[in-house]
Design a protein around this ligand. Structure first.
Ligand SMILES: O=C(O)c1ccccc1N[C@@H]1O[C@H](COP(=O)(O)O)[C@@H](O)[C@H]1O
Length: 249
């Protein structure tokens, strides 16, 4: 008699607390708009707080590099290197030099945003070279992608997704700009639609305000959602990371 196949353990939603860095400080923006910053102090202190609270991932963003207002490369590298947990790094990674610097921090993976819209050949090349160390951030208003600090239109979400899928992109980080930094709840319909359009894992970003929001995103794991980025809700004290980790267990 053959042994029964053990039931697969249901996957748990990964949580990625965010540290966005502008002018050397951890900040949160509203709708990603430059000038809407609320400052939360030292980015390393924030990252260590999330690590101590049990985070498995850190979502680390160089906002100045994303906006083209300079960069926080040293600060970002310092934070990434100090982490014992996995780090997803984004903002301003648009060519060989910025990609090499990002990967050299030892981060687990990088997110490419603008580059996926403006230099698709280069993105296809680095996907082929680096596999799942490359994710693409699909930052959308409606179904229109936005690049260069979310200030410029960059084409249709689903056309770009089909192209990136064909090139072997390993995963997508989907941000609804209309929700980001607003504490108004995630765009579950967008997440469902993106999951229906790709077999690749999707990380949800934007709008999380409550533990119920996280439970609602966790309910989409069977459809392909792998993780959720949490920013303002944690900084504003809507819940603790410990509570969030229990809520999605
Ligand atoms: O995270 C934000 O709030 C944000 C706001 C405005 C622009 C970018 C933002 N974050 C992330 O930055 C990368 C895009 O950077 P780039 O276009 O590759 O330079 C992407 O992961 C955004 O989600």
């Amino acid at each position: 008699m053959t042994a029964p196949t053990p039931a697969a353990t249901p996957r748990r939603l990964e949580l990625l607390p965010a540290v966005d860095v502008r002018d050397g400080q951890a900040v949160r923006l509203v709708h990603g708009e430059s000038g809407s910053e609320t400052s939360y102090g030292d980015p390393l202190a924030a990252a260590l707080t999330w690590q101590r609270a049990g985070a498995e991932w850190l979502h680390l963003v160089d906002l100045d590099a994303a906006f083209g207002t300079g960069d926080n490369r040293e600060r970002i590298a310092e934070v990434a290197r100090a982490m014992d947990i996995k780090v997803e790094l984004s903002g301003g990674i648009r060519d060989d030099d910025t990609l090499a610097a990002a990967l050299a921090t030892g981060c687990t993976r990088v997110n490419l945003g603008t580059a996926a819209l403006e230099t698709p050949e280069w993105v296809a090349k680095v996907i082929a070279e680096h596999g799942d160390r490359i994710a693409v951030g699909l930052d959308v208003r409606g179904t229109t992608l936005r690049g260069r600090g979310w200030t410029r239109d960059g084409g249709d979400l689903y056309e770009t997704l089909a192209r990136l899928d064909a090139e072997g992109c390993a995963r997508y980080v989907v941000t609804d700009i209309a929700k980001d930094g607003t504490l108004k709840g995630p765009n579950l319909e967008l997440l469902r639609n993106v999951c229906a359009a790709t077999d690749k894992p999707v990380v949800a970003s934007g709008g999380v305000s409550s533990l119920d929001d996280l439970r609602a995103i966790a309910a989409l794991v069977p459809e392909g959602v792998e993780g959720a980025i949490v920013g303002k809700a944690l900084y504003a004290g809507a819940f603790t990371l410990e509570e969030a980790l229990v809520a999605v267990r």
